[in-house]
Design a protein. Structure first.
Length: 186
């Protein structure tokens, strides 16, 4: 079955934005540049998305959906896999290379950050650390009464801090964080 022109343009725009984010801050990328890089018109971009932030939220959804679902039932291993998916650079996944740019944009655009948080929790709970933390809490694996947001802060915070200070996260750091934090959560 052939894809429609609209679907093809939609994909081209998403992919162009991701490519542009590899070398540019989100604020420095115009909708004109995205449309041009996609070989589409600006009108086509606005046909699919209201604005650049809505497009960026779709990029985040795509990024999350492209990750392997960590849903083995071993909550500790699943959290570790998701931390690796999000924080450890993977040259084979162009969407994964966009995370640092998205994180940087989130720091200065709190409304965007809240919109992404809401979108991921409502549309991709099995693809998120928060979804796994909530499932582990419901299964009784984590300490009763544990605030899932606090658990997420403990798990992701050190990795975000390291990325902020050093620009990257070494492959061994997620395992070190989970090993150190997991006893506090259980």
């Amino acid at each position: 079955m052939a894809r429609s022109l609209s679907h093809t343009a939609h994909e081209a725009i998403l992919n162009a934005f991701v490519r542009l984010m590899e070398d540019n801050a989100v604020d420095d990328i115009s909708t004109d540049a995205i449309a041009h890089a996609a070989g589409a018109s600006k009108a086509t971009l606005y046909k699919h998305w209201q604005d650049k932030e809505e497009l960026l939220i779709d990029v985040v959804r795509r990024l999350v959906a492209a990750q392997p679902v960590a849903n083995t039932g071993d909550f500790r291993a699943d959290v570790l896999q998701l931390l690796r998916n999000v924080f450890v650079p993977d040259k084979r996944n162009p969407y994964g290379r966009a995370w640092p740019t998205i994180f940087s944009y989130s720091f200065t655009h709190p409304e965007f950050c809240r919109a992404v948080h809401k979108a991921l929790l409502t549309q991709s709970p099995k693809h998120t650390i928060m979804g796994i933390v909530k499932a582990a809490s419901e299964a009784g694996v984590l300490r009763k009464g544990l605030d899932p947001e606090f658990a997420l802060d403990l798990l992701a915070g050190p990795l975000m801090h390291h990325r902020f200070l050093h620009g990257t996260v070494p492959a061994k750091l997620p395992e070190q964080v989970v090993r150190a934090v997991w006893p506090t959560l259980t």
